[in-house]
Write a protein that binds this ligand. Structure first.
Ligand SMILES: NC(=O)c1ccc[n+]([C@@H]2O[C@H](COP(=O)([O-])OP(=O)(O)OC[C@H]3O[C@@H](n4cnc5c(N)ncnc54)[C@H](O)[C@@H]3O)[C@@H](O)[C@H]2O)c1
Ligand SMILES: [Zn+2]
Length: 359
C-alpha cells in the first residue's frame, strides 16, 4: 500500500493506492464518517462490480447509507444527471455534514464532485476511481463539472475531495482499450516531469500490459505523485498546472473533429507525438528521443498517426479550445524527456508541420 498526502489551500487529503478494498474502512473512520449519512453514486456498469462491496464496508461504520446508479458515459455527463443526483440527495435528507462517494470513472467522479460542490453550497465527497484515467488524473486536483450544449466541462467548480481511495485491482474488469487510454496520461506525466519515471514505464511495458499488481501500484503511485505535486502548486490553474495539457492542445482538436469517436487518451497520444515533433524541430528533443516516445506510445496500443483529417482543419480547430485565450496558442513543449515549458511564440508554419507529422 502507498499513501500520498495532498496539501490544499484549506486542508489536505490522502490518496491511498493499494490492491484491495480492505483498508477503506480504516480511512473512512479516520475521516470521521462514523454514523454520518453517506450516499454512494456509481454508474450502471460499475454498480454490478463493486457497489455491494462498498456498501458492505460502509454498513459497519454507519447505518445511514444510500446509493444512486446513474447511466454511464460522456453522453450522460450533463445537468439532467446532476438533477437526478440532487433529487436523490434531497429525498435522503443528505446535508452539509454528509458524504458523497463517487464510485467509478472520471465521468462519475466529475459529476459527483460537482454535485457535492453545489448541493447546499458544498458538502464532502470521496473518490473511489475505478478506471486508470480516473486513478491517475481526474480524481486528483479538485476539478469537477459537466458538459453543456456540446461544450465539454464548461460548467464546473473547484472542489477538493476528502479522500481518494484507489484499488488497482478494479482495473482487472476494465476494457483493455480504456486501460490503454489511461496510459496516455501516464506517459504524459513521465514526459513532462520525470525521465526516470518515463524510463520505468517504457522498461516495464510487458508487466504493465499484463496489469502486474506490484508494477501497477508503483506506476499509479508515481503518476499520482506527479499530478498531485503539480496541482498543489497551482490549485486554480493560473500557471504550472497548464503543463498537464501537454499533448492536449492538438489532442482536443482531433477529439472534437472526430466527434469523440476516439477515446480522450488516444487523442492525447496523437497530440503528444505532434508536440514532441515540434520540440524536435526546435532542437529541444533529439531524433532518438522522438523515436523512443513514439515507440513507447505505440507499445500501449495508442495511435501515433491518424489519416482521416487534414492539417489546416486541425490548426483552425486549435483556436476553439476553451483554454485558447485572445487567439494566442499556448503550446506545451519538451526540453528533453522529463522537462517541459509553456510557449506562446511558435510560428503557424511550425505548428502546421507538427500536425502534418501525425497525418
Ligand atoms: N477532473 C479532472 O481533472 C479530469 C481530468 C481528466 C479527465 N476528466 C474527465 O474524465 C472523464 C473520462 O473518465 P474515464 O476515462 O474514467 O471515463 P468513464 O467514467 O466514462 O469510464 C469509462 C467506461 O468504463 C466503465 N468502467 C469504469 N470503471 C470500470 C471498471 N473497473 N470495470 C469495468 N468498467 C468500468 C464506465 O462505466 C465507462 O463505461 C471525462 O469526462 C473527462 O472530462 C476529468
Ligand atoms: Zn487528459
Amino acid at each position: 500500500m502507498k499513501l500520498i498526502k495532498v496539501p490544499t489551500s484549506k486542508d489536505s487529503y490522502n490518496i491511498v493506492i493499494t490492491n484491495t478494498f480492505d483498508y477503506l474502512h480504516k480511512y473512512l473512520i479516520e475521516l470521521g464518517i462514523k454514523d454520518k449519512k453517506v450516499c454512494i453514486i456509481t454508474d450502471d456498469n460499475v454498480c454490478d462490480l463493486y457497489l455491494e462491496k462498498i456498501i458492505e464496508i460502509l454498513s459497519v461504520i454507519t447505518d445511514k447509507v444510500s446509493y444512486l446508479v446513474i447511466p454511464h458515459g460522456e453522453n450522460n455527463k450533463n445537468l439532467d444527471t446532476i438533477s437526478s443526483i440532487y433529487n436523490k440527495l434531497i429525498n435522503d435528507n443528505i446535508d452539509r455534514d454528509s458524504y458523497l462517494i463517487a464510485l467509478g470513472g472520471g465521468v462519475t467522479g466529475d459529476m459527483v464532485g460537482y454535485a457535492s460542490a453545489t448541493y447546499m453550497r458544498g458538502n464532502h465527497f470521496i473518490q473511489i476511481p475505478t478506471t486508470l484515467l480516473s486513478q491517475v488524473d481526474s480524481s486528483i486536483g479538485g476539478k469537477t463539472g459537466v458538459d453543456f450544449n456540446g461544450y465539454k466541462n464548461i460548467i464546473g467548480a473547484f472542489h477538493q475531495p476528502k479522500l481518494v481511495y484507489i484499488n488497482t485491482n478494479t482495473l482487472l474488469t476494465l476494457p483493455k482499450k480504456e486501460v490503454n487510454a489511461g496510459m496516455g496520461e501516464i506517459i504524459k506525466h513521465g514526459l513532462i516531469a520525470s525521465k526516470e519515471y518515463y524510463n520505468f514505464i517504457r522498461d516495464n511495458k510487458l508487466k504493465i500490459n499484463n496489469l502486474d499488481e506490484e508494477i501497477m501500484e508503483e506506476l499509479i503511485y508515481e503518476s499520482c505523485l506527479i499530478k498531485s505535486n503539480v496541482v498543489s502548486q497551482d490549485e486554480k490553474e493560473k500557471g504550472i498546472r497548464a503543463t498537464l495539457n501537454f499533448g492536449h492542445t492538438i489532442g482536443h482538436a482531433v477529439e472534437r473533429l472526430l466527434d469523440f469517436q476516439l477515446l480522450h487518451g488516444e487523442c492525447v497520444a496523437l497530440g503528444m507525438v505532434s508536440a514532441s515533433y515540434l520540440s524536435y524541430m526546435l532542437n529541444q528533443v533529439s531524433l532518438e528521443e522522438l523515436e523512443d516516445i513514439k515507440q513507447c506510445i505505440g507499445d500501449f496500443n495508442l495511435p501515433i498517426r491518424i489519416n482521416t483529417l487534414d492539417e489546416i482543419k486541425i490548426y483552425n480547430e486549435l483556436f476553439y479550445d476553451k483554454k485558447t485565450k485572445n487567439n494566442i496558442l499556448n503550446m506545451i513543449l519538451l526540453n528533453g524527456i522529463g522537462v517541459c515549458e509553456i510557449r506562446n511564440d511558435i510560428d503557424k508554419e511550425k505548428i502546421v508541420a507538427a500536425i502534418k507529422y501525425i497525418l
